[in-house]
Design a binder for this molecule. Structure first.
Ligand code: IPE
Ligand code: IPE
Ligand code: MG
Length: 253
């Protein structure tokens, strides 16, 4: 199954990417960008790019399973993406519903756990319903945890956490003197999820776009010029290969 791990030597041979199976990032987060430009290049409407991007999601989840990645976070809709034309926003909402409807059984068979990061109460009711069902159906699975970041913004998440902490202080459950990083993290959407080891952004942009602002403190970043619909298993493996050759010092020497 794991032919990418063919030898234990941690190097690239004949263009084949050989990964160190003892150093697979536990949590990979991806900013799924470039759908619009992919479509534009083909003279297609932007929504066709988003559709093509769903195929990449299928491939990447499968590959994450093969490689033994435990957490995969996919940035699908930001708190700023509401600024887009109404028809594009509705197309993205519709795609989310269609994706969960058509894919849930298969995801469940593969042991995937679906979680959502973001404020879903602002989504159309059918989208909320599909999301809650997917979370419920997959909650006892033990495979890859797929966090869909939808209506997610890092700043929004931090403000929300601050408000929740204030509530706890107000009702006397927490003493403000005791607030520390561990306590604060319990109020983030990513509660119980380790920080991302690796953040991948395709499409040529090199910015964070309000993604996992608290959690990315010591993440490794990996960029690629391919647009998300063209992102293949080998890009994921190359990102992990590069990650495995970085020296994570966390401020130490
Ligand atoms: C990413 O692709 C999908 C979402 C942000 C929802 P884009 O739609 O941002 O594609 P580009 O960046 O315009 O090419
Ligand atoms: C980030 O991409 C959000 C998602 C991929 C969901 P954007 O396309 O919205 O980011 P900017 O506007 O280029 O920074
Ligand atoms: Mg974009």
């Amino acid at each position: 199954m794991l032919d990418v791990f063919k030898t234990s030597k941690n190097k690239k041979e004949n263009n084949e990417i050989v990964l160190d199976k003892n150093n697979i990032p536990k949590h990979i987060a991806i900013i799924m960008d470039g759908n619009g430009r992919w479509a534009k290049k083909r003279k297609l409407p932007r929504t066709m790019g988003h559709k093509a991007g769903v195929e990449t999601i299928r491939r990447v989840i499968k590959e994450a399973h093969v490689l033994g990645i435990k957490y995969l976070t996919l940035y699908a809709f930001s708190t700023e993406n509401w600024k887009r034309p109404d028809d594009e926003v509705s197309a993205l909402m519709k795609l989310l519903v269609e994706y969960l409807r058509s894919e849930l059984a298969e995801l469940n068979r593969n042991g995937v756990v679906i979680k959502v990061l973001g404020d879903i109460t602002k989504l159309p009711t059918d989208a909320q319903k599909e999301i809650l069902e997917a979370i419920e159906v997959t909650k006892n699975n033990t495979g890859v945890v797929v966090n869909i970041a939808f209506n997610y913004g890092g700043r929004d998440e931090i403000i929300r956490a601050v408000k929740l902490v204030c509530e706890e202080v107000k009702c006397g459950k927490i003493d403000s003197e005791d607030i520390n990083e561990d306590i604060f993290e319990r109020f983030l959407y990513t509660r119980d999820i380790p920080d991302p080891d690796l953040i991948i952004r395709p499409s040529g942009e090199q910015r964070i776009s309000n993604f996992l602002l608290w959690q990315c403190a010591y993440s490794e970043f990996w960029y690629s010029n391919v647009c998300w619909p063209d992102f293949k298993e080998e890009h994921l493996r190359k990102a992990i290969y590069d990650y495995q050759h970085r020296d994570r010092r966390y401020g130490g020497v």
